[in-house]
Structure formats: C-alpha cells, structure tokens
Ligand binder design. Structure first.
Ligand SMILES: *Cc1c(COP(=O)(O)O)cnc(C)c1O
Length: 392
C-alpha cells in the first residue's frame, strides 16, 4: 500500500518536498503509525505545530462540534469563536487587536503590510524599509521570502520585492548602521527556527527595543515557531522583559489546523481599516473554535510549565551527549525548541532514527532539531537519547 501511495505522490503532487519514504496514517499523543503499522515517537510534531500531540480528545471534540454547528460564513458577518479567540489572545499578550489568516507566511504578509500602511497613513510614505536578520525565515510568499535572509529560499524568484535589508543577529551596531530614515520596521524571530535554533541574546533584544523606540521604528516579532508555549513561556518575548509592536503566530496556534494571526498594539493596528486587508478563510469558525480549545487546554493543564521542566531535562540530556561525542558541536535552544549542531551531516542520523522509530528533523545540513509535542514525557526522551548515544 505505501509503495503505491508513494508512486502516486511522485506522479501527481508538485515536487516541492523531499519526503521520507513512509506513509503516516494515524497518530495519538506523541506516537504516530505508518501504513505498515510501524510505530514512531514524534519529535517533529508537524514542525512545532502539534503542541498537544495528535488526536487530542478535547481538540477533536471542539472541532467536530463546531463543524456540526457552523463551518464557514465569511468575514461579512460576526461569528462567536473568532471573537472569543481574539479576546483570549489580547488578554494573554501585549497586543490589543488580532487579524486572522491561514498560515505563517500570511501572518507575516499582514505584519509587513500593516507596518508600511501605518507610516503611509501618517504621511510618511517613504518609510517602507524592513530590516530582517541574516538566516531568518519568514515564509514562502513573495513578500515573506523577500524578508528571509537565506539565498536558497529566494533562488529562482528574482526580482524579489524591494525594501528589505539584512543584518547579523545579535549585532546591535550593525543594526544601528542599517537603520535609516526609510526604515519602517525591524523583523526578528526571538529564536531562529529554520535558520538553525539560533537564539537572540536578551541584551540584544533589549537594545533593539530601545533603538526602535528612539527612532520610532516598529518592532515585529515573528513568533510563528516560538509562540504558544514552545519555549517554556506562552510567547518567547516574555523571556526578555520587552514587548514587540507587532507579533505573528501560526504553527501551533490550532495544533495542526491552518491558521495564522497578526497581533498589534492599538495605535498601530488601527492603520488597517475596512477594506485595507482581508482573507476569505481567516478566522473561520471551525479553526478558531479548535484554536481556542487548544489555548484553554494549554493553560488549564499546565502544559507550558511541563514544557519548561521537560525542556530543561531534555537539554541536559543533549548536553550529556555533547560531552560524550566529539561529533556534537553545540546544543542550543529554549523549552522544547532545541537544536544540536553536529560536525557531521545530520541526514544519515535522521534516517537511522526513522528506521528505529523516532521522527527527528535536520535543518541547515548539520543541525538536528527537536520539537516534540509539549506533552512529551521523560521516558520517550530517554529512549531517543539512548539511541542517539548509540548512533553518534
Ligand atoms: C514556519 C514559519 C513561517 C512560515 O509559516 P507557513 O505557515 O509555512 O507559511 C514563518 N516564520 C517562521 C519563524 C516559521 O517557523
């Protein structure tokens, strides 16, 4: 069965993904099964998406009961789950208003559009430049790949949009030198996910905030990968004692249903008036009802506290591996957004793990990324670490 599916996929689906040769058919908690019945422990979680694991009963129930009640009506009308989700996000963040869309890239598109429009509404129409970081990842649409600091993401798509510039993460002088009268916003991931689990230093982020305040520049945090408890706080900015002006969310926000959100402070958010931006599916009842339930489970069941504790445990185990193996260069990350940089290629290790029943992921060629569901337990971590010890 799996070989037929793989043959058909290779024939009918656009060849944009390099996939592992398994067909996943079922999931529960941190466990997945393929079409042959083989079991895997999931340290990928749909790339930091399924924070509550697979088939969480409360999320399944919220989703199916909303699906049976009201599926979709468009943003021509008010709907209850969308309002409830927006109000939850506002009450639990720095922000005052939320725009809903369907993906991370779309959330960043909204952030970029809002930043430009904010200044154009104030008559500062030449202030449209965005400064992003080297090795950043903000998405695959034209604007968000233009904001992405990796040549491989832009290859073949020239000309990219103008008005984007790049600077090294954690170098405040470089940012100060880039920032000019045409800069409208600085865009940062508090921890670069795709770029290799590279952490912004607390002092750097504080200095960026100060620089933005001094120059009236907007600070955009892309928390698409770091948000919703992943780093051991609801949002990563909470670690640093500062707040952005605009924040984007997606990935884990609905535990696997497509959703994106752009959150902003009141004086900025109001630059979006009726007709200025829109999305057909943005904030549709089914997805927002599921998302609201995800957030309730996370707060009621103390998932973030668990993530913080188990993340420390996992990181210690990875550091133990580093001490034992010459081939491990560095362990980094926060909470359950962890990376292990190797001095060797990561892909063969990922393949071995797959065969042994562990799903892990490799980025930038030699960095193993561990982003399991936040509900992962010590036993599963121990099993992976014991196997990595053997393989390394
Ligand atoms: C995944 C990701 C995106 C893009 O999200 P999509 O839903 O794939 O469009 C943008 N920024 C960051 C930090 C991400 O991790």
């Amino acid at each position: 069965m799996s070989s037929d599916i793989i043959t058909m996929a290779d024939r009918f689906i656009a060849a944009t993904y390099k996939r592992f040769p398994i067909v996943l058919t079922r999931g529960e908690g941190c466990t997945l099964w393929d079409s042959e019945g083989k079991e895997y422990i999931d340290f990928v979680a749909g790339i930091a998406v399924c924070n509550l694991g697979h088939a969480h009963p409360r999320v399944v129930k919220a989703l199916s009961s909303q699906a049976a009640t009201l599926f979709h009506v468009s943003n021509l009308y008010y709907t209850v789950p969308q309002v409830e989700l927006a109000s939850w996000l506002v009450e639990n963040s720095f922000a005052d208003r939320v725009f809903f869309c369907n993906s991370g890239a779309e959330a960043n598109e909204a952030a970029i559009k809002l930043a430009r429009r904010y200044f154009q509404e104030r008559g500062e129409s030449r202030r449209y430049g965005i400064i992003a970081m080297d090795l950043s990842f903000h998405g695959r649409t034209m604007a968000t790949l233009s904001a992405t600091g990796q040549a491989k993401i832009k290859k073949g798509y020239d000309p990219v949009l103008q008005g984007f510039d790049f600077t090294p993460l954690n170098d405040i002088e470089a940012l100060r030198n880039k920032l000019g009268p045409s800069t409208c916003a600085v865009m940062i991931e508090p921890i670069q996910g795709e770029g290799g689990i590279r952490c912004a230093e607390p002092g750097y982020l504080k200095a960026v905030r100060r620089l933005c305040d001094e120059t009236g520049t907007l600070l955009i945090f892309d928390e698409i990968q770091t948000g919703i408890g992943r780093t051991g706080k609801l949002f990563a900015y909470e670690h640093f004692g500062i707040e952005p002006d605009i924040m984007t969310l997606a990935k884990a926000l609905a535990n696997g249903l497509p959703i994106g959100a752009m959150l902003a402070k009141e004086n900025i958010a109001t630059a979006f008036g009726p007709g200025s931006h829109a999305s057909t599916f943005g904030g549709t009842p089914v997805v927002t009802a599921a998302s609201l339930e995800v957030l309730k489970v996370i707060s009621e069941e103390k998932i973030i506290e668990h993530c913080r504790d188990i993340g420390v445990y996992f990181k210690e185990k990875l550091l133990w591996l580093k001490n034992r193996h010459e081939s491990v260069e560095e362990v980094r990350g926060l909470g359950l957004l962890l990376g292990m940089k190797l001095k060797v290629e990561g892909e063969p290790i990922v393949m071995k793990c797959l065969k042994r029943g562990f799903l892990i992921n490799c980025i930038q060629g030699n960095i193993l990324r561990f982003v399991p569901p936040l509900i992962i337990d010590k036993d599963k971590i121990d099993r992976l670490v014991a196997y990595l010890d053997e393989v390394l």
